[in-house]
Design a protein around this ligand. Structure first.
Ligand code: TPP
Length: 368
């Protein structure tokens, strides 16, 4: 068989070698000319501040759920490096289409975390104003946001707008049809879209080995005709550098990029899950030693950008932010449960009307 010389050998396109990493587990930085960091000292500290705030608010959100103030919550603990590094690479005019775990990205985009959490309290149907922060509404059905992102990016391309889109999702989401359709559509039409996959090792209780038979999620990018990168998602600087490169590629009109950020979800999938049923303490300990915040803190201290005083100032600001979220959630009045049916359809269906009557009767019983 004569091979077509214009068809590259796919093996040359596959991401190889270890994940892209700039910070060692102990925080030692190794410069890599392929992955430059163009951040000044204030921005380097900004990465830290955002990570610390996200973690503090996250911890507060779990507490609020335990106290019955939120129905459920999906923690980001352990994924701060992946989320905050990548989000820092975005330009203000770019857009984000998140899943339900992207509190860290939301913090960078300036979304009030209390607005995000209201949806878990069930007091309102929506969360924040997406147009204000260029941060879409959170997607609970997994991978749907990949389609929103691909479509939005295509619109931006047709408008000749200087706007890239990042879609965040988990490893499990890449097994959904929606993800494949989004990857394919974006690649065929060269939509300026980055698919940022946080491989946190589990989709609820399903481990990565049962999620894909491919050597890595990033390998899949080749099949769609887009570049794929694997980075250490617990290294905030690598996450930033790789996303920056991907956005440059997309912004130049060269189409989408897929990034697989290797990370770990330290908490339960959501507050309704019991992770002790499918993972062990040794695994947790392994990842605890790779914590994205302590690793980056060591880097900042080594550079002389952080000392105990600065760390305390940041911690104080994070505690104040968490307290503000707590107050906002506590102050949020409980709405009328029947409002649940008000904005589902423009004309209520028979089923909705029946469900509403049922609930109304139950509530009347409770109240009598
Ligand atoms: C379309 C769809 N199918 C199933 C579910 C139920 N579900 C909720 S989260 C989840 C696992 C998601 O795992 P992953 O994409 O890896 O993201 P992670 O939660 O780990 O961040 C599943 C199957 C859902 N929300 N949407």
């Amino acid at each position: 068989m004569v091979s077509d010389p214009s068809t590259p050998d796919p093996r040359t396109l596959l991401p190889t070698g270890p994940p892209i990493r700039l910070l060692d587990v102990d925080g030692t930085y190794t410069e890599d000319p392929d992955w430059p960091i163009d951040l000044d000292d204030e921005q380097l500290l900004g990465l830290y501040r955002a990570m610390v705030i996200a973690r503090q608010v996250d911890t507060q959100a779990i507490t609020l759920q335990r106290q019955g103030q939120l129905g459920v919550y999906a923690s980001l603990r352990g994924q701060e490096g992946a989320q905050i590094g990548s989000a820092f690479a975005l330009a203000p005019q770019d857009w984000v289409f998140p899943s339900y775990r992207e509190l860290g990205v939301a913090v960078v985009r300036g979304v009030d975390p209390a607005d995000l959490l209201r949806v878990y309290r069930g007091t309102w149907h929506g969360t924040h104003d997406p147009t204000k922060h260029h941060f879409g509404l959170i997607s609970i059905p997994i991978a749907t946001q990949a389609l929103h992102a691909a479509g939005f990016a295509m619109g931006a391309r047709l408008d000749d707008a200087d706007c890239c889109v990042v879609s965040y999702m988990g490893d499990g989401a890449t097994s959904e049809g929606d993800a494949h359709e989004a990857f394919n559509f974006a690649a065929v039409f060269a939509a300026p879209c980055v698919f940022f996959i946080q491989n946190n090792q589990y989709a609820i209780s399903v481990p990565l080995t049962r999620q894909t038979a491919a050597a890595s999620i990033a390998h899949k990018a080749v099949g769609y005709g887009m570049p794929g990168y694997v980075c250490d998602g617990n290294d905030v600087l690598a996450s930033y550098a790789v996303t920056r490169r991907a956005l440059e590629h997309a912004r130049a009109g060269d189409g989408p990029v897929l990034i697989e950020a290797i990370t770990y979800r330290m908490e339960a999938h959501t507050t309704s899950d019991d992770p002790t049923r499918y993972r062990d303490d040794d695994e947790l300990e392994h990842w605890r030693a790779r914590d994205p915040i302590s690793r980056y803190e060591a880097f900042l201290r080594d550079r002389g950008l952080l000392d105990d005083d600065v760390a305390e100032t940041v911690s104080k600001a994070a505690r104040a932010e968490a307290q503000a979220v707590r107050s906002a959630i506590y102050d949020e009045p409980h709405g009328d449960p029947l409002e649940l049916f008000d904005h589902v359809a423009s004309e209520p269906t028979q089923q909705l009307a029946a469900q509403r009557s049922l609930l109304a009767a139950e509530l009347a019983g409770e109240r009598s």
